[in-house]
Design a protein around this ligand. Structure first.
Ligand SMILES: [Zn+2]
Ligand SMILES: [Zn+2]
Length: 307
């Protein structure tokens, strides 16, 4: 089958289904989509609660729990222990399919009967207030967090420790307010940075140590506001910066924004080792189209956080 332009049944804009997409749908035995990729993405997102937690009661053992489901929805919510345990029989909600009733009506009824696990979190220790989280320890109010310890108020963090208020971070320790960054240590306010140590307020910097309020640095030490200093000069300059003072930090944040907007080179997209791609934050991947935060993957389309 050749590529085809269709009209989205939701937003009424035209979209194209490529030849290889038709092959994929045929192989998966699903009909080609009637919604455009953006509307499909919106539809998926509306069916998923990632960041709102509710107080609830386990419908089996009656203990108080924190859940990703609102108990007002009249769904059956089980605590982790009950959901994984043998105290219930998963065939009790089994029903024969009724060919004279709408599929979606039957699907809706079935969803109300199936016991749901309190939140999508597995093998965590002391991490009740998280969702989409696995193999974590001492994590709090964080979502999409995997193999982490002492992480709080953060989103999409992998294999990191002692990190707060951060987003899209991988393999970092002792960090605060870092975004789209990986392999950093003891650093604050980093954006699009990797392999940085003991640094603060950096944009698009790689392999830097003891650098402050700078952008587009590579393999640097003792750089202050994009100017190279000697170690002793840098240290005395840093002593004047009062990072513990809230008003002072606000001023630096403003200056940092200004540097990012007006004085930095922005790479058109964050891609490392990508072959045939579109999207952002793609690494070691091939043929990843309209993808975001995709790693070590091949032949992926219209997807986020894969790998
Ligand atoms: Zn649409
Ligand atoms: Zn229970």
């Amino acid at each position: 089958m050749q590529s085809e332009t269709k009209n989205c049944q939701n937003c009424k804009k035209n979209f194209t289904i490529e030849k290889e997409d038709f092959n994929f749908y045929e192989k998966m035995k699903v009909p080609p989509p009637t919604f455009c990729p953006e509307c499909r993405s919106q539809r998926r997102m509306t069916s998923r609660n990632e960041r709102v937690l509710y107080k609830a009661v386990c419908d089996l053992c009656k203990k108080n729990i924190i859940s990703m489901y609102d108990s007002k929805e009249k769904t059956k919510i089980y605590c982790d222990d009950c959901w994984w345990g043998d105290k219930w029989d998963p065939t009790f909600y089994g029903n024969d399919y009724n060919f004279f009733e709408s599929f979606f009506e039957q699907w809706r009824k079935l969803l109300k009967e199936i016991p749901l696990i309190q939140a999508w979190k597995f093998n965590n220790v002391n991490s009740d207030y998280v969702n989409y989280a696995t193999e974590d320890r001492n994590c709090f109010l964080s979502y999409s967090v995997v193999f982490c310890e002492n992480v709080a108020y953060s989103y999409s963090i992998d294999k990191s420790q002692d990190t707060l208020d951060s987003m899209f971070v991988n393999k970092s320790n002792w960090c605060y307010e870092i975004i789209d960054s990986q392999n950093n240590y003891n650093s604050v306010f980093l954006k699009n940075c990797s392999n940085c140590i003991d640094s603060s307020f950096l944009f698009d910097c790689i392999n830097c140590q003891n650098c402050f309020l700078s952008s587009n640095l590579r393999n640097k030490k003792y750089v202050f506001k994009n100017t190279q200093f000697l170690k002793t000069e840098y240290e005395s300059k840093m002593k004047e910066i009062k990072t513990g003072d809230y008003k002072n930090i606000q001023k630096i944040i403003l200056e940092f924004s200004n540097i990012q907007e007006k004085k930095s080179i922005h790479k058109y997209t964050q891609v490392v080792n990508g072959v045939k791609y579109s999207g952002n934050n793609i690494e070691n991947s091939k043929n990843t189209i309209n993808c975001f935060n995709v790693y070590n993957s091949e032949n992926i389309k219209y997807s986020i956080r894969i790998g």
